[in-house]
Ligand binder design. Structure first.
Ligand SMILES: Nc1ncnc2c1ncn2[C@@H]1O[C@H](COP(=O)(O)OP(=O)(O)O)[C@@H](O)[C@H]1O
Ligand SMILES: [Mg+2]
Length: 338
């Protein structure tokens, strides 16, 4: 499926904006602050169900009462989302829902400038990145992650209560172990899949024979639900003192390994950029294969961060996808040159 058009009303700085998208590459050009990333954000909401950078109260145009965004696919399917400070509503084929159903989501590969710093980023950034990727890949992952995060929030809230009785955390312990084990297993599986082509994809970009892999580190490898639950219970007293949950998959990390050493500190700036490009290419490939849908590529201002060789690589790799690019400057390596 391809995006035909996107319309924004009272969305961020846009009072009224419309973009007709080409089946190949669409370029959104403009000065910093003119609202380019916001257009990608609207596309993201209408394809994924929520923003990648904020919640609705931040998004609604200041001093207005509602926002409305509308997306039309080339198939004629229309998805509308609105928010009026009370409720967010999605409308698909005249049916209204609070959430965008999986059936009406469409895979997106989002490439933000901040992704280029992922290699040296904190574990929480790595987790956010792979959580987003794996949630697109697998509804089971997404559901487990939502449930896990909900349970974690509730358990941490209780741990701050002075008069807490241990029995009150039990249901949350159960929910954490059940979904923690699911996340653990899927993370392991998906990382193995990524690593199958990580080095070869990297080499196709960098044209050398370096080795790259993503290392999944977890304190909870291969645990059963019961083992996970026991460990949570064993940690109860410690968690009471810390007033948060100190054990579980919310502390996992995904590290980049370059020639057997942590890439953070050993790979150069250019090499880390190639690593991220390779990751994006693999992301698109795995998503296309698993979901049998060609993901739409959103490139937010990344061209200014890349040299010519890597720009070319990016364009070439995604030449069979619909690509929407934002940029401050016009660049010369457009697809028409290939
Ligand atoms: N809720 C809002 N209401 C009005 N303006 C906003 C709101 N949120 C952000 N902005 C402004 O919208 C502009 C567009 O942001 P953004 O889409 O990130 O621009 P760009 O990607 O072109 O640099 C920024 O100047 C920002 O200050
Ligand atoms: Mg921007």
């Amino acid at each position: 499926m391809l995006i035909k058009s996107i319309k924004l009303t009272n969305f961020r700085n846009h009072k009224s904006y419309e973009l007709n998208c080409k089946p190949t590459t669409t370029l959104i050009l403009g000065e910093n602050g003119c609202g380019k990333t916001s257009v990608l954000e609207a596309i993201y909401i209408l394809t994924q169900g929520k923003s990648f950078r904020a919640t609705d109260p931040d998004i609604i145009k200041r001093d207005t009462d509602y926002y409305l965004i509308e997306l039309e696919y080339d198939t004629g399917e229309k998805i509308v989302a609105s928010y009026d400070k009370k409720a967010k509503i999605f409308k698909v084929e005249d049916k209204k829902t609070r959430r965008l159903s999986n059936k009406h989501k469409y895979p997106i590969i989002l490439f933000l400038p901040s992704d280029l710093n992922l290699v040296s980023g904190a574990p929480s950034r790595h987790r956010d990145y792979f959580d987003r990727f794996f949630s697109v890949l697998s509804p089971e992952y997404q559901t487990a992650l939502n449930k896990y995060n909900k349970a974690l929030l509730q358990r941490n809230k209780l741990l701050k209560d002075e008069y807490l009785n241990e029995a009150a955390v039990f249901p949350w312990n159960v929910m954490l172990s059940k979904n923690g084990v699911i996340l653990n297993n899927l993370r392991q599986k998906f990382i193995e899949e990524i690593n199958q082509t990580m080095t070869s994809t990297y080499r196709s970009i960098a044209e050398n024979d370096d080795e790259v892999e993503v290392k999944y580190s977890t304190e909870t490898p291969n645990l059963t639900e019961n083992e996970y639950l026991n460990l949570l219970e064993k940690n109860y007293e410690k968690d009471r003192i810390l007033t948060h949950t100190s054990f579980g998959v919310h502390r996992d990390d995904f590290e980049f390994i370059f020639n057997k050493k942590p890439a953070d500190g050993s790979a150069s700036r250019g090499e880390t950029r190639s690593i991220i490009l390779a990751l994006k290419f693999i992301e698109a490939k795995i998503i296309a294969e698993k979901l049998n849908k060609k993901p739409i590529i959103l490139l937010d201002d990344v061209f200014s961060e890349l040299d010519n060789k890597r720009r070319k690589c990016l364009i070439n790799n995604f030449k069979n996808h619909q690509v929407i690019i934002t940029s401050v400057e016009k660049f010369t390596n457009s697809r028409s040159n290939h």
